[in-house]
Design a protein around this ligand. Sequence first.
Ligand code: GLN
Length: 304
Amino acid sequence: MDYNQLFTEMGIESQKIEAKGAVASYIPELHRVDPWKFGLHLTTIDNKNYGLGDCNEKFSIQSIAKVLILALAFELEDDKLWSRVGVEPSGTPFNSLVQLEYEKGIPRNPFINAGALVICDILVTRLKDPKQEFIDYVRNISGNRSIDYCQETAESEKSAGYKNTALISLMKSYGNIVNDIDVVLDFYFYLCSIEMTCKELSQEFLFLAANGINPLTNSRIVSPIKSKRINSIMQLCGFYDEAGEFSFRVGLPGKSGVGGGIIAIHPGKYSIAVWSPKLNKRGNSYKGMKILEFFTTRAESSIF
Ligand code: GLN
């Protein structure tokens, strides 16, 4: 499909959508971002690219990086992974503590903070130099050496990371964290600080649209079955207590981050990234969700 005409329409539509909500304020560095930024980029599996607005400006991808640590840990652990983290939607906010106590320190899924912290613990055990090896892994996925952590954002989150400290301490008390909690938290805050543009993000995630192979570099990132499973967890858990709403409105597997980014995948077709920093009450980009709903509706291109 040629999306040029639709992207022209989306440029007009994006100006009509009022950006409601507020920029994340609990991470001091994120609060400094211009709330009116807006970027959108689509990459098809045959490498056609369509961009809009601030699609070439880097932003903090935050929880979107949880998909990439999952891909790496899944490669390393295979199905052993699922003894320490589940695959069920949580129906709770991304940083909620309540279920963890009832469920004895086993997080519902890898995309809530608790689950991502367990994945980080696994990577801290398996990798000699987790930060360096992980950023190399991320760069290799799309062949993009410019992708990096943002130290200011990572340190800024660390200075205010009380909820994550509480989550990891609770899990440590149940024996589901093996390593020193400060080491695991440090790795977690850094991976959340990774910056990409919408264009880079859509190219990075294209492997999930192509059965685990990045068509841009022709390299296999994960097996087809792992690609299927990661997409299914994104579908059910990528938006925390708003996963149903995203599925209902957009109809694609996706993942959001509190930096205002969203990545969504159409297996077999494309990946699409959007960035608009103002978040709704559930911590997902308000305008990002609206424009993706417009896109999949107009293009008649959801998985349903
Ligand atoms: N770094 C953020 C946190 O731990 C990630 C959350 C998100 O993007 N939803 O709170």
